[in-house]
Design a protein around this ligand. Structure first.
Ligand code: GLU
Length: 301
């Protein structure tokens, strides 16, 4: 595995088309497209890594996987009255579908859906408590207490969160937001600003691998369902392309991270800030494709 990852890191260093960093969150706009890191966490907790795998980055939408797991634990199937389970075929922050579908977002991994999930776990709690629970969940999953929220990234997103506030207010108009939009979005931007390295993120994903030696934080049935949602919806309107090229459940974030799960085998994190046209890490996707080719880990054989 070390040889495979070293090879991937060396190959990625040569790629010239490295995508473009997200610019709508000023703190992310300052990133360079140069870094690339990858880490594979194996059942038992061993982590194999290469490249800039020890550099922290903003997990952004990858946080939606963790809040989904928490929300399902808290609300069970009730959650599905607030959000659907279908791929969207639209951009991560699209409002179009929300209008057609009366304020019920397509799935929990697009912005509107994740905002509804955060709103659901906020019920009866303070944002600080919800963010504390999220950090506890992630730290437990990663067996690492040194995982924090980057306050400058959160503040930077909060100051420019016009679209997400619009999505929240639109859901409020349809009765699908229980807290004031400012409170829910304030919590949401902080969850997105959790910072991790590839090594930490890969370990945090182990609870979704669902085999011996992985943290048992959710039931096997829930692991299957979260993986199904990641496969169908984890890369926005690029989810089909990711399934085609990589064939693993995955979730991307605009910070350039991707978490992918090889069920029963490993959790993989890749990071490179340059994004492709669909807002998913260009090199992260390419690296996952190389890894799956070398390991035969695609769930499609
Ligand atoms: N915090 C980002 C937003 O809501 C997350 C989007 C992403 O990572 O894809 O715009």
């Amino acid at each position: 595995m070390q040889a495979i990852l070293d090879r991937i890191a060396a190959d990625m260093a040569l790629v010239t088309d490295r995508g473009k960093v997200a610019t709508y969150i000023p703190e992310l706009a300052r990133q360079s497209t140069a870094p690339f890191g990858i880490a594979v966490a194996l059942p038992g907790g061993q982590v194999v890594q290469a490249g800039d795998s020890a550099t922290g980055f903003s997990i952004q939408s990858i946080s939606k996987v963790f809040t989904l797991a928490i929300a399902l634990g808290r609300l069970g199937d009730q959650l599905w009255t607030r959000v659907g389970r279908e791929p969207s075929g639209h951009a991560f922050n699209s409002i179009l579908q929300l209008e057609h579908e009366n304020g019920i977002p397509r799935n929990p991994l697009i912005n509107a859906g994740a905002i509804a999930v955060t709103d659901a776990i906020l019920a009866g709690h303070q944002p600080r408590e919800v963010l504390g629970e999220l950090l506890r969940f992630i730290r437990l999953a990663a067996e690492d207490d040194d995982i924090h929220i980057n306050k400058s990234v959160a503040a930077s997103e909060q100051a420019t969160a016009h679209r997400n506030i619009a999505l929240a207010e639109f859901m409020a108009a349809h009765g699908n937001l229980k807290n004031p939009a400012a409170l829910t979005i304030g919590t949401y931007v902080h969850q997105c600003a959790v910072e991790m390295t590839c090594a930490q993120l890969a370990r945090a994903g182990l609870f979704l691998v669902g085999t011996q030696g992985c943290p048992r934080l959710v039931s096997p049935a829930r692991i299957r369902r979260i993986n199904a949602l990641m496969m169908m919806c984890g890369h926005y309107d690029g989810s089909g392309e990711f399934a085609y090229r990589v064939g693993l459940p995955g979730k991307s974030g605009v910070g350039g991270g991707i978490l992918a799960i090889a069920p029963g085998r490993a959790a993989i994190a890749a990071w490179s800030p340059g994004l492709n046209a669909r807002g998913n890490s260009a090199l992260g996707t390419l690296a996952m494709e190389h890894l799956v080719r070398a390991t035969g880990w695609s769930v499609f054989g």
